[in-house]
Design a protein around this ligand. Sequence first.
Ligand code: SF4
Length: 212
Amino acid sequence: MNSSAIPQPHDSAIPQSPSYDLVEVFESLQGEGRNTGRPCVFVRFAGCNLSCPWCDTDVKRRFSASLDDLVAEIGQYRPKSVVLTGGEPTLVDAMPELVAALKRRGYWIAVETNGTRDAEWLQFTDYVACSPKAEFPESLALARADEVRVVASSEHVAQFCRWVRGRIAATDYYVSPCERDGEMDFATAKAVMSELDGWSLSVQLHKLLGFR
Ligand code: SF4
């Protein structure tokens, strides 16, 4: 996903001074996928349209910020790379304005999505990581991404991975261990990997190293 064009707000439904519901903004290293190790500012938006049984992500709104305040908050950190994550960032109506504001300031922008909603603004970002969920195959809507990451929540996920590979065109495909009660389930991830060709293991490096 890459474009030199900067998106312009085109939808009259988008308010002039949008507000963003957020869980947290913080700096860390990307811990998963092809960009593992890259210093980034993570912007976690509140709310998700799925309810994965093993989800350990806090998606409750902690605070709201205006566009200007959010961009200023991001600018307080050193990295010029931003990860828009959640929750589910494609639920955020005013994302085109945020993407445009960050692009004007020269940021590299990655998005982490569950793939249930396609969004025009995704094409103006630099990297899309799609993590479709085997528990909700009927909700998959995204057909293209830079990387796909599937959580190995059971040994049956290998079949889902093969199905996903035919649905989403991507450069890299990853299997991620499922974390339950703070423990990484590497055994199931290994079992899933043993049934697949062309998939790589992606561990949550930031958790193994004790980063946020
Ligand atoms: S899509 Fe992600 S944030 Fe949403 S419930 Fe599933 S694991 Fe949690």
